[in-house]
Design a protein around this ligand. Structure first.
Ligand SMILES: [Zn+2]
Length: 311
């Protein structure tokens, strides 16, 4: 089963179970045929759902700013939805939270129409060359030059020149090797990409550089950026608040600590599940083995920095 099939299954299975009413109606409106739902986020901000990954839009008559561009099959629908919003589909700036296909599918359209595309340098590097998808055992083609990020950075927190209240920065290895947050500080809207996962199981793309330790640090960083009024926008699922982020952080931290102990004992992913890795968590995972396998793989690259007695 490929990543998209897994995702569709995950979204379909939990739809409507525990979401707030506005989110529930938004997800039920997002049909498989590609009709998008426009979900209010904050004054001047909406989220397009049903485009593969979520697309956050800051609307303004002077131009729209996007965080992520959805899957390529939804680009016509995304463009149509943007034309109906203030700014009329004139996108000046597009951020990519990471390089997965459901976040960069609209890049070509927006790059061609002159948008500045901002991302982490690792995201640009992935998109600029053919890269191997381990879970699908195939190479993904590089994006055309016009679709690639044009403004990139390596480390630290950044501020968009000329638009001082958009801040962005690296979330080191939270989900891939090129994750970023985008914080619209005036509006208190924080795009977290796939570094948080309020709807589906957390995904750690271990082959693409994500691991559980990075996810702990990333969620800690997001907690520090946010307050009790912050609207936090994930790659998948509904907008959440700081309380939900805190709950997910607590769970991620617990999983990290438990797995660290179990890795030291030389256990496999299945051994870890049998030993209670997922016991008494604040949520139930749909595919605990998949999570444990990917998380375990992610530790392999970090054995030398976990603890002196790990091997
Ligand atoms: Zn992703």
């Amino acid at each position: 089963m490929n990543r998209r099939a897994i995702l569709k299954g995950a979204l379909g299975g939990v739809m409507g179970l525990s979401l707030p009413p506005f989110a529930r109606s938004a997800f039920s409106q997002a049909s498989p045929q590609g009709s998008l739902a426009v979900v209010p986020v904050a004054d001047g901000f909406v989220m397009l759902t049903g485009a593969g990954g979520n697309v956050l839009v800051r609307t303004a008559s002077t131009g729209q700013v996007l965080v992520d561009s959805g899957a390529v099959s939804f680009t016509p629908a995304v463009l149509a939805a943007l034309r109906r919003l203030p700014g009329g589909g004139h996108v000046t700036t597009l951020f990519n939270t990471h390089w997965h296909l459901e976040q960069v599918g609209g890049n070509l359209a927006f790059g061609r129409s002159g948008a500045t595309i901002i991302a982490h340098e690792k995201t640009r590097a992935h998109l600029a060359t053919d890269y191997y998808l381990q879970n699908e055992d195939r190479y993904e083609k590089a994006l055309p030059a016009e679709a690639r990020p044009t403004v990139t950075f390596f480390t630290g927190d950044q501020t968009l020149a000329g638009d001082k209240r958009i801040e962005y920065g690296h979330l080191l290895e939270a989900h891939t090797d090129g994750d970023i947050y985008v914080f619209f500080r005036d509006a208190n809207v924080l795009a977290a990409g796939d570094a948080i996962s309020p709807l589906k199981d957390p995904v750690l793309d271990w082959f693409g550089g994500g691991w559980l330790g990075g996810r702990v640090d990333a969620q800690d960083k997001l907690l520090k950026l946010s307050d009790e009024k912050t609207r936090i926008v994930p790659s998948y699922g509904p907008v959440v608040g700081r309380a939900e982020l805190q709950a997910e952080f607590d769970m991620t931290r617990k999983l990290f600590d438990r797995m660290l102990e179990l890795v030291k004992k030389g256990m496999s992913a299945q051994d870890m599940l049998d030993a209670g890795l997922m016991k008494d968590l604040s949520r139930t995972f749909r595919d605990p083995f998949r999570f444990a396998y990917d998380a375990h793989k992610g530790y392999w690259a970090h054995h030398n920095s976990l603890a002196p007695n790990v091997l």
